[in-house]
Design a protein around this ligand. Structure first.
Ligand code: F6R
Length: 608
């Protein structure tokens, strides 16, 4: 999704901005642009498509500037086009880049058009430049004009702005869309994603909602909504440059799949005791507060939602606690009834997903016992806004399709289930078993990588199809959903997941000799039932690809049985995810898709 970077320095900033845009490519975008303060005017270059196109334009035009702003756009209002790409300007004086959505754009556009402004793009963002220009006519002060303009805006925004008449300055505003300031030596930055400048600085000042910043190469000034100066503590974000490179892998997704043993090891590191989880791993006084939990409400989106659906079974079993799982995008629109002592848990890799964040904000106004965030980005808004939190410590996930974020979320969720049961003195043996399974998980993931050859036996067949079915039962149904999501998002093969018992209630009509049916069939209490559902597929000539263990009794004439490592009850869902990720990855490679940045998708979905 859209990315902002701005730099003001004693050296030339063109390369810094382009490099920053490259580092944000993983977020997904359709066009890119830059505005540079050169002499007394601002030069703007914009390109449709990849940042490399913009880079070629920079090489051609060779702009020289010591301050500027840049952006990657992911279209929400108006087609992907050069005209709609940011930065947008007003009278070639005010240039802005914007992440988010302006909800009252129609009304504001009308007011501005009536006041004589002409819109040159179809975006909601352009009006911000005109609005600032409009206010500047009365205040004559760039920062005040930005502050006044934001009072008219409804929706979400992170804005970086430069003004042709104030050389070397960048102004910024944040409301419900991430933005931070980075501090360098004789140079300072604004960015929506710390990864874009992580090679230059580790020192950041995080902006809160409704705060503003004015930066020059020497100074950083942060202001609250009333214009009062804010004394912000510095945050050090340590992400080494290697964490953001592909190393010897062809794609980030491949690298991230194979990083999972280490990623899960980092999630559990320092949080487990011999037979239990350590106290307060979710934050101060969490263990005490968890003693009162009677119910749990989960919200998340996409892959993170699948993690919640898997974990529900753990919470029901280990903590004997009823759980509700909602799509974050739906939760607050159904007027949820909150029973006493319900814990609200949101799960998010980025900690910035707009739907999940909005659900968290809504939940904070309700009578929940408290809020927990499980996420991978410690500086994220969700992490800051929750009462308790745990970071998955998976390292930066760049591939748009979540892999290590998912398995580390599962590890964190299992620790949450154990932590709650521990606070409530419940199920000591199950807790011990869960902790043991967590410890064994990294090695088992490593073992699952050895299935690559078996998986490649089936990838060619699947890569030639346009439709597929994924089946599972119980907690393996969300694992099947996750497998189907991975396949569809990176290979563009239509993949649907069903709880296998539902097959005969409709989807069986799709089964013929042509459709591959992937089944997740570990040995659990439902496996016999699953196997009889698979007989229904066999009877219709369907091709079956079954992931199970060597005690399975299924005989496959058409398709393949893949023998999984022997897993524990609690880590099996994590381990059974691995071959499904590899399957999707290998199929997408055969189909030659842009699998780190699949079409139409963005990494961090910061609009509703
Ligand atoms: C799919 C995927 C998405 C994200 C979803 C939520 O592979 O990555 O479905 O899981 O957009 O994102 P986070 O977890 O950042 O809230």
């Amino acid at each position: 999704m859209c990315g902002i970077i701005g730099a003001t320095s004693s050296r030339s900033v063109g390369k810094i901005l382009i490099k920053g845009l490259h580092l944000m490519e993983y977020r997904g975008y359709d066009s890119a642009g830059v505005a540079l303060h050169q002499k007394d005017q601002i030069v703007r270059l914009r390109a449709l498509g990849k940042v490399a196109e913009l880079e070629s334009l920079m090489i051609e035009h060779k702009p020289k500037a010591k301050s500027g702003i840049a952006h990657t756009r992911w279209a929400t209002h108006g087609q992907p086009s050069k005209q709609n790409a940011h930065p947008h300007d007003s009278h070639e004086e005010i240039f802005i880049v914007h992440n988010g959505i302006i909800e009252n754009h129609s009304e504001l556009k009308k007011q501005l058009t009536d006041a004589g402004y002409t819109m040159k793009s179809e975006t909601d963002s352009e009006l911000i430049a005109h609005l600032i220009h409009f206010h500047k006519q009365t205040t004559q002060d760039s920062l005040k004009a930005l502050m006044n303009a934001t009072q008219d805006l409804r929706g979400a925004y992170a804005i970086a702005m430069i003004d042709a008449s104030v050389k070397g300055s960048i102004f910024a505003a944040r409301h419900k869309s991430p933005l931070l300031v980075g501090q360098g030596i004789e140079e300072n930055f604004v960015a929506s994603d710390p990864l874009s400048i992580i090679n230059i600085t580790e020192q950041f000042f995080l902006l809160e909602d409704d705060e503003f910043a004015h930066i020059t190469k020497h100074d950083i000034n942060i202001f609250d909504a009333n214009g009062h100066s804010v004394d912000r503590k510095e945050t050090v974000i340590d992400a080494t440059a290697t964490a953001t490179s592909k190393g010897n892998y062809k794609h980030y997704m491949e690298k991230e799949i194979y990083e999972q043993p280490e990623a899960v090891a980092n999630t559990i590191d320092g949080r487990l005791l011999e037979m239990d989880v350590a106290d307060n791993i979710f934050g101060i006084d969490s263990s005490k507060a968890f003693a009162d939990i009677k119910r749990i409400q989960f919200v998340a989106c996409g892959t993170s939602l699948h993690a919640a659906k898997v974990a529900r079974s753990w919470f029901e079993r280990i903590c004997e606690t009823p759980c509700y799982v909602d799509f974050a995008s739906e939760y607050r629109y159904r007027n949820p009834l909150v029973e006493n002592n319900t814990l609200f848990v949101c799960i998010s890799q980025s900690g910035e997903t707009a739907d999940t964040l909005a659900a968290l904000e809504y939940a904070k106004q309700k009578e929940y016992l408290g809020t927990v965030t499980i996420c991978n980005v410690p500086t994220s808004t969700m992490a800051r806004e929750s009462d308790w939190k745990i970071f998955t410590n998976a390292g930066p996930e760049i591939g748009v399709a979540s892999t290590k974020a998912f398995t580390t979320q599962l590890a964190a969720l299992l620790m949450l289930a154990v932590a709650i049961a521990k606070s409530q003195n419940k199920n000591t043996e199950l807790r011990q078993q869960a902790v043991q399974d967590l410890r064994n998980t990294p090695a088992l993931i490593q073992e699952a990588f050895e299935l690559l050859e078996d998986i490649n036996y089936i990838t060619k067949n699947i890569s030639e199809k346009e439709n597929s079915l994924f089946l599972g039962r119980g907690m393996y149904f969300p694992i099947a959903q996750e497998g189907a999501l991975k396949l569809k998002e990176i290979s563009y093969i239509h993949a649907e997941a069903y709880p296998a018992g539902e097959l005969k209630h409709g989807p069986l009509a799709l089964v013929d000799e042509d459709i591959p049916v992937v089944a997740v069939a570990p040995e659990d209490s439902l496996v016999e039932k699953l196997l009889s559902n698979l007989e229904e597929v066999k009877a219709r000539g369907g091709t079956l690809y079954v992931f199970g263990n060597n005690r399975s009794t299924i005989e496959i004439k058409k398709g393949k049985f893949i023998n999984m490592p022997e897993c524990g009850d609690f880590n099996a869902p994590i381990i059974y995810t691995i071959p499904l990720q590899i399957l999707a990855y290998e199929v997408a490679c055969l189909r030659g898709t842009d699998l780190d940045q699949p079409r139409n998708l963005a990494k961090s979905v910061t609009v509703e």
